[in-house]
Write a protein that binds this ligand. Structure first.
Ligand SMILES: [Zn+2]
Ligand SMILES: [Zn+2]
Length: 189
């Protein structure tokens, strides 16, 4: 089991990612507006240029060893992706769907001490097309992500998460909701 440490930018929040190998998740870049607005909110817009680099895995692979109290999740809507920020230094550490039974977690690859362990970026999501729409590149990589999520669901492994109470299904830290207007303002910057 390959374990790679992760850390927020200031070092208060630390932990390990297990199965940190190219086949243990999907190393992708997401070009969606939500990722970009999140990066501006976290005052790291440069990280979203050309897409926010993420490793998509399941939450049981994330172990937080110190600084859990620094986690400050925010979201652009009650049902939207929850972005887990480290309030000590402001960086985005993780993201999760609002429903913990969809056992998906991203860890920002910039937070890994050894990003080489997960190999190069394999896919891109929400890539703008000339017709104004967006599309995902390397669909099999995303199918792998869905398969991992489903496996975690059916084995009950989705309950092993630092981000949600597996009984109430509520996030373990209160999520700050950001209004549509504020999201628009973030994207206008
Ligand atoms: Zn920090
Ligand atoms: Zn995104």
């Amino acid at each position: 089991m390959t374990e790679v440490p992760f850390s927020c930018a200031c070092g208060k929040l630390n932990g390990t990612l297990s199965r940190a190998t190219p086949s243990g998740g999907n190393h992708c870049k997401c070009l969606c507006d939500s990722c970009r607005a999140g990066a501006v909110y976290c005052k790291t817009p440069e990280l979203a240029e050309g897409g926010l680099a993420l490793f998509l895995t399941t939450p049981d692979r994330i172990t937080i060893t110190s600084g859990f109290d620094q986690l400050a999740p925010f979201s652009f809507g009650a049902k939207n992706i929850i972005r887990w920020q480290a309030k000590c230094c402001g960086v985005q550490m993780f993201s999760t769907p609002a429903n913990p039974k969809m056992a998906m977690t991203s860890i920002s690859t910039a937070r890994l001490t050894d990003p080489a362990a997960i190999g190069p970026v394999r896919s891109r999501a929400f890539v703008p097309q000339p017709n104004g729409k967006t599309k995902h590149e390397n669909i099999p990589a995303f199918i792998g992500t869905v398969a991992r999520v489903l496996r975690a669901r059916f084995t009950g492994r989705w309950k092993e998460t630092p981000f949600f109470d597996s009984v109430t299904l509520e996030p373990t830290v209160t999520v700050t909701l950001i209004s549509k207007e504020d999201r628009r303002a973030l994207l206008a910057r």
